[in-house]
Ligand binder design. Structure first.
Ligand SMILES: [Zn+2]
Length: 404
C-alpha cells in the first residue's frame, strides 16, 4: 500500500509546490557519503542488489535533483539516467527507504493531416516545427522515395511524443501513417518489432543479407600453389619447347588428398602416358575433369563409381612426366579443354536484398492495427488532426494548449 501511496503523495507535494527545492550533485560526492551527510543509514545502500548499486555510481557531478520537505518525511529525487531516478525517503519516525524508480513522463498523442503545397518536408515542418518527425516519416517508408510526393499529395500521421517538464524526451514515435504519392495511397504501420509494414505485412525496408553461393566446381586440392596456369602455348621446362598446357598445375605436398571438383561418374582410371596415374570424371552438362600425376588412388573407386563433389579420389604424386609432386587438373567441355580457372571458385558470399513479410501471430496483430486505424484515417481528413507543436526546438505543446 505504501508503494502506491508514496508516488501519490509526491505528485501532491509537487503540484502544491510544498517546499520542493532543487540542488546540484557536488563533485566527488559518492552515494554513500550523500547518505551519511543527510543522516540516512548506509545499511540501506548495502541492502540494494548489485545492479542497483552499480547504477548509483552513475550519478554525475552537477546533476540537479529535487528535495521535498514534508512534515513527516524528506524525499530526495535524484535522476540517474533520462528515465531512471533514485528515490530516497528519510522518515522522521520509522524506516528510511531507497528505491529506483522511473522518472514519470507524459505521452502526448499527435495527429497530422496535410495536403502538400510546397514540399512534403517543408510543409510538415511548418505544421510541427519538428525535424525529428520528418526523420521518422522517412524511416516509416524507408524503401519509398518521399521526394516523389507532389503538390496535392497527402500526409496523414498518428504519432506519440514523450514529454517531461514541458520538454521532449526521445524522438516521436509514428504509430501509423498514410501518404499519397501521385494520388496512390501508401499505409505504414509500426509493428511490435519496431519496423514499419504496409497493410499486407510487407516491410518498408530492404534488408541486405549475405547469401552463400556454392560453386559448381571446387578446387581439387587445398593448401597448394598454382605452379602452372592454363595456356594454349607455353614453354615446357622438361621438353624445352613450346606446347600448350591444357590444365592447371597445383603444386602440393606428396600425398595431399585430391577431391572431385564436382559430382559425377568415374569414366577413366589408370596410367595415361605423360599424365601418369589419372582419373577422369564425367559431370553433367557435357563437362569432364581430369586429375593427373596421382601417387595413389583412393581405395574402392572404379570406373563406373559415382562420386560426390569434394569426395577424395586419390593423392598428389609425381607419376608420368613431372618435375615434382603436383596435381595436373584439366576441365573439358564436350571434349574440348577449357581453362579451369574460369570455372573453379571457392564458395562465395553474395549480397542480396530481401523484403521481410510478417507471418502468423505477428501478421494477425498488424491486421488488428490496420482495422483499428481505418476509422481514424477516415476521420482525420475531416478534423485536420491535432499536431504537437515544437516551440524553440524542445518545448512541446499540443494544439489545444496552443489555442488556450
Ligand atoms: Zn600440368
Amino acid at each position: 500500500m505504501r508503494n502506491i501511496l508514496i508516488p501519490f503523495i509526491l505528485l501532491l507535494a509537487l503540484s502544491l509546490n510544498l517546499s520542493a527545492k532543487t540542488y546540484h550533485w557536488k563533485k566527488g560526492v559518492s552515494f554513500l557519503s550523500f547518505l551519511r551527510n543527510n543522516g540516512i543509514s548506509q545499511k540501506l545502500y548495502y541492502e540494494l542488489d548489485g545492479d542497483d548499486k552499480e547504477l548509483l555510481a552513475e550519478i554525475k557531478a552537477g546533476q540537479s535533483y529535487k528535495v521535498l520537505r514534508h512534515k513527516k518525511r524528506t524525499i530526495f529525487l535524484i535522476p540517474i539516467t533520462d528515465d531512471l531516478q533514485v528515490e530516497v525517503i528519510k522518515e522522521k519516525k520509522g524506516r528510511d527507504k531507497i528505491s529506483l524508480k522511473p522518472i514519470p513522463f507524459e505521452t502526448l498523442k499527435g495527429s497530422i493531416h496535410l495536403t502538400i503545397k510546397n514540399s512534403w518536408d517543408k510543409d510538415l515542418y511548418k505544421k510541427t516545427h519538428s525535424k525529428a518527425l520528418i526523420k521518422k516519416l522517412k524511416e516509416s517508408y524507408q524503401s519509398l522515395n518521399l521526394n516523389k510526393m507532389k503538390k496535392g499529395d497527402e500526409i496523414n500521421i498518428f504519432y506519440t511524443q514523450k514529454r517531461r517538464d514541458g520538454k521532449a524526451i526521445s524522438s516521436p514515435t509514428i504509430e501509423a501513417a498514410m501518404i499519397t504519392i501521385n494520388k496512390s495511397r501508401y499505409y505504414s504501420y509500426l509493428a511490435d518489432d519496431g519496423s514499419y509494414y504496409d497493410s499486407t505485412g510487407k516491410e518498408y525496408k530492404k534488408r541486405v543479407v549475405l547469401k552463400k553461393v556454392h560453386s559448381a566446381f571446387i578446387r581439387p586440392v587445398t593448401h597448394c600453389v598454382v605452379s602452372s596456369r592454363f595456356s594454349r602455348s607455353r614453354y615446357h621446362p622438361i621438353l624445352h619447347r613450346y606446347r600448350a598446357h591444357l590444365g592447371i598445375d597445383y603444386a602440393a605436398c606428396w600425398g595431399t588428398p585430391i577431391r572431385a571438383t564436382a559430382s559425377g561418374k568415374i569414366i577413366k582410371k589408370g596410367r595415361r602416358g605423360g599424365y601418369g596415374n589419372c582419373i577422369t570424371i564425367k559431370h553433367s552438362n557435357g563437362m569432364q575433369s581430369l586429375y593427373a600425376h596421382m601417387s595413389k588412388y583412393k581405395r574402392g573407386l572404379h570406373v563406373g563409381s559415382y562420386v560426390k563433389q569434394g569426395t577424395v579420389i586419390g593423392y598428389v604424386g609425381s607419376t608420368g612426366v613431372s618435375t615434382g609432386p603436383h596435381l595436373h587438373f584439366g576441365l573439358y567441355k564436350r571434349g574440348k579443354a577449357i581453362n579451369p580457372a574460369r570455372y573453379v571458385h571457392a564458395d562465395r558470399t553474395k549480397k542480396t536484398t530481401i523484403v521481410k513479410r510478417l507471418k502468423g501471430k505477428e501478421y494477425r496483430k498488424l491486421r488488428k492495427k490496420v482495422v483499428a486505424y481505418r476509422k481514424k484515417f477516415r476521420r482525420i481528413s475531416k478534423t485536420g488532426g491535432s499536431p504537437i507543436y515544437v516551440k524553440n526546438g524542445i518545448y512541446l505543446i499540443t494544439s489545444k494548449e496552443r489555442k488556450s
